[in-house]
Design a protein around this ligand. Structure first.
Ligand code: FEO
Length: 393
């Protein structure tokens, strides 16, 4: 149990060992499931719970906090890493009501079979008094599910933001100490989870401007005592501007696509453009996603195998399409043996991205002089597009 403010504690748990989320997202630094306890002068309230395998830790922490009666459990979000322990908590504290909005209530009934009489349904802007402390509910949908909301405690100026502003970072300090380190984890988290919802998140950020926020307590990672750090970062990540940067992600079967990729990267560097090169067979997809948060251009190096785009590259295309970065230009290079549908597959595989496709450089067999000249032309095109685009800084 760790204290945030007078009678407000963190009673969740750190998950040092977790390395994958949703069987998809790498967690190189583990994570935490932050659960907050407010001991009001009249009511006790828990804010979210923990991932089910950690149920005993939460139960022990509540016992250690001397909680014999729990009046409310606020469920900000129905995903199981925060809600999955609700049934166990309701069994231990049968008097408690689950405070949530209508959409989250319906999802909790679907996902966890919680009985309908356990809910106290609230609406946007409603307030809940705990005696000397209050919670005001703020609808912040699509961070990253449609039902999610945040709670604001005006007496302590704390925003409990659930997944919003979180970071998958297991660490022993309750509050952010090394801002650069935490921002790196927060950026990865934004890229992997929040990026597809960039526009609704901008609306949520606007909404939060009406609140005097002194502290942001998310449900993953350390707490921000200087909220400006993470709010500025979110404003930048969700804004329209991108950087003079190219992400080049490739896979190569016999070295031809690799050679083209390396040639392109060398030429881009010569032109002073920031480049990140990723070999997709060994790449941590979280790092790749993180670099697409602010890259103006993504170039995919894709060989053709059995007339199709190489499946490893196909996975990256699928992932980019899901994560929907604000990338402005996309390109393709690669080699083939006798033909195929790679260009069609890749260009048609990114319908959710608002990108302009650059002329692909697809070559038969190994590179000849004219193929390197085509890559020179692609480099020049990237440089020119970046220079002319007002959203590239
Ligand atoms: Fe941390 Fe969307 O759950």
């Amino acid at each position: 149990m760790r204290k945030l403010a007078e009678n407000i504690f963190e009673v969740g748990t750190i998950d040092w060992d977790r390395r994958l989320f949703d069987e998809l997202i790498p967690l190189p630094d583990g994570t935490s499931y932050n659960t907050y306890l407010i001991k009001g002068s009249e009511k006790n309230c828990l804010l979210d719970t923990v991932d089910p395998p950690k149920v005993n830790v939460l139960a022990e922490n509540l016992k250690a906090a001397g909680i014999k009666q729990l009046d409310y459990v606020v469920a900000h979000h129905a995903e199981q890493d925060h809600s999955g322990t609700l049934p166990a908590i309701l069994e231990s504290y049968p008097h408690a009501k689950v405070v949530t909005n209508q959409k989250c209530r319906d999802m909790l009934i679907d996902l966890l079979c919680i009985s309908e009489d356990k809910f106290y349904v609230i609406e946007d802007s409603r307030k809940l008094s705990l005696g000397d402390k209050t919670l005001e509910f703020i609808s912040t949908p699509w961070v990253h599910w449609p039902e999610t909301f945040s709670s604001y405690c005006p007496e302590e100026k704390i925003l409990f933001s659930c997944d919003f502003f979180g970071s998958h970072l297991a660490c022993s300090n309750l509050f952010v100490e090394d801002e650069c380190r935490v921002l790196e984890s927060a950026k990865r988290y934004y890229a992997e989870i929040m990026m597809p919802f960039r526009k609704p998140i901008r609306n949520n950020l606007k909404k939060l401007e009406d609140f005097d926020i002194g502290m942001i307590a998310p449900s993953h990672g350390p707490i921000y005592q200087n909220p400006k750090v993470i709010m500025d970062a979110y404003n930048k990540w969700t804004g329209e501007q991108v950087e003079n940067k190219v992400v080049v992600a490739y896979v190569s079967m016999h070295g031809s696509t690799k050679k083209m990729t390396e040639y392109l990267v060398e030429k881009l560097i010569e032109k002073g453009i920031d480049v990140k090169q990723y070999n997709l067979t060994v790449t941590d997809i979280g790092e790749l996603a993180m670099d697409t948060v602010d890259a103006a251009t993504v170039i995919l190096g894709v060989p053709t195998t059995l007339t199709q785009a190489h499946p490893v590259a196909g996975y990256a295309v699928n992932l980019l399409n899901l994560l929907r970065p604000k990338t402005r230009y996309a390109g393709l290079l690669g080699s083939y043996g006798w033909g195929g549908k790679t260009v069609k597959q890749v260009t048609e595989g990114l319908p959710r991205l608002d990108v302009e496709f650059l002329e692909p450089v697809m070559i038969k067999g190994y590179q000849k002089k004219k193929d390197f000249e085509a890559i020179d032309k692609l480099t020049e095109q990237i440089e020119q597009k970046h220079k002319e685009d007002v959203n590239v800084k």
